[in-house]
Design a protein around this ligand. Structure first.
Ligand code: CAA
Length: 391
């Protein structure tokens, strides 16, 4: 029996603070248009000191518990490349904060920005054999580069939580997927560093060549053309890359370059959230999917959409899915828009102060000042233990 599997519910969270990139452009003596038009970014989300991947992930996941029986959740899979502990999974903290039951597999998973997709595909394969059960997937990251580096304007922070299972309410995944893996060093973060290292121009070239490779594989498996999809969701390190990706696919199919109207139609709605949060690494592709489903005026029921996942290092996957009838009733668009609209704008100096704040590593007692957060916050560090608080 062919059971459909995929995304049953979707929730997005981003911190309550942002920096307008106009202020960054001024501070860096760069033409603001480079960020707005060249990279396609307007604002970057900034996580305050009492917010981390765990609080963001738990805040994204909490509303999903009202959309399923929590006792049906057999997995908590936490995808991140900005982990807070070398041993304990961030998923374990979230499992505790959400009050989930003990009969559960709770794991963190890593391969740069690709890990959310690895979690999704593993959960979907499992779900086929366990109809009625659910996996909770959380992708959560804080994208940080050195101050004054070329990557700085692409920073961001956010989390997406998804319930994955059989007979999903939002997106049924196709089985076929185009894959590509190659051992390269385009972007990485050694354990001893707070900020990522990146060979920026090279990373963009590798991203686009991995797109080509996965597309070839996907086409060989499915025979589909680039015009067979009603929308495209790309991994978004910065939103302008979606345009570059579409142009690459059109050329590979032997067609003319897509017009700017066509580009806007195929990817425009997927970019709305990322443009004002910046890169959310593992969450970025799924933030784009959330943005599409929340903001598209057209009813996408029954339509096939394409997804491209890229994780530096590198692993990539081109896959697709069909939007389910009635999907709009499962969305949280009004909540997401209200969250984005109510964020507080930081002054440039406040941003720099947050970025320069050292994280305590001395094993002492540290109580963190309270900023605006979601329902969870990192209250402090006590003898190397992270202390979380539910508000
Ligand atoms: N007005 C309008 N546009 C302008 C402009 C101006 N005044 N000045 C420059 N631009 C345009 C440029 O022409 C360029 O556009 P094109 O690519 O179409 O030519 C664009 O703005 C960016 O300019 P540069 O290429 O000169 O920018 P840069 O070298 O300073 O930085 C970057 C760009 C390399 C992407 C950098 O932001 C970076 O290192 N980012 C982090 C790494 C990254 O995001 N890599 C993407 C692939 S890796 C990945 O996907 C994994 C991940 O999440 C990190």
């Amino acid at each position: 029996m062919n059971v459909s599997v995929g995304i049953d519910a979707l929730s997005f969270y981003t911190p309550a603070y942002f920096l307008d990139l106009g202020l960054l452009a001024e501070a860096r003596h760069v033409d603001h248009q480079k960020y707005l038009a060249g990279l396609g970014q307007e604002r970057m989300a900034v996580a305050p000191p009492d917010e981390d991947i765990v609080t963001m992930g738990a805040s994204a996941a909490r509303p999903l518990l009202d959309m399923t029986d929590p006792d049906c959740i057999d997995w908590v899979l936490f995808a991140t490349e900005t982990g807070v502990d070398q041993s304990k999974a961030a998923a374990m903290f979230v499992h505790g904060l959400l009050g989930l039951g003990p009969r559960c597999r709770v794991v963190e998973i890593k391969q740069a920005c690709y890990s959310g997709t690895a979690a999704l595909r593993m959960a979907a394969d499992w779900a086929r054999r366990h109809p009625g059960r659910r996996a909770l997937i959380i992708a959560s990251d804080i994208a940080r580069y050195e101050l004054c580096s070329p990557g700085e304007p692409t920073q961001g922070a956010g989390a997406v939580a998804m319930l994955v299972g059989a007979n999903p309410g939002i997106l049924a995944l196709d089985d076929e997927a185009g894959l590509y893996a190659e051992d390269v060093l385009d972007f990485w973060r050694p354990n001893y560093r707070e900020t990522a290292l990146v060979d920026g121009q090279y990373s963009t070239r590798v991203y686009l060549s991995a797109l080509e490779q996965t597309w070839r594989h996907y086409v060989a498996l499915t025979g589909r053309k680039w015009t067979d999809f009603c929308r495209y969701c790309f991994h978004l390190p910065f939103t302008r890359i979606a345009e570059k990706g579409l142009v690459r696919l059109a050329r590979m199919d032997g067609g003319p370059n897509p017009s700017s109207d066509e580009i806007r139609r195929l990817v425009g709605e997927t970019l709305t959230y990322n443009r004002v949060t910046g890169n959310t690494y593992a969450a970025s592709l799924y933030e784009g999917l959330t943005s599409l489903l929340d903001t598209a005026e057209e009813d996408l029921s029954g339509k096939r959409i394409a997804l491209f996942s890229y994780g530096s290092g590198c692993t990539a996957e081109f896959f697709s899915g069909t939007v389910m009838g009635g999907y709009r009733q499962r969305l949280r668009g009004a909540v997401h828009r209200a969250m984005l609209d109510s964020r507080a704008a930081l002054e440039y100096q406040q941003y720099e102060d947050i970025m320069n704040l050292p994280f305590p590593v001395d094993g002492g007692e540290h109580v963190f000042a309270q900023y605006r957060t979601g329902p969870y916050r990192l209250a402090g560090i006590s003898q190397h233990k992270r202390v979380y608080e539910t508000l």
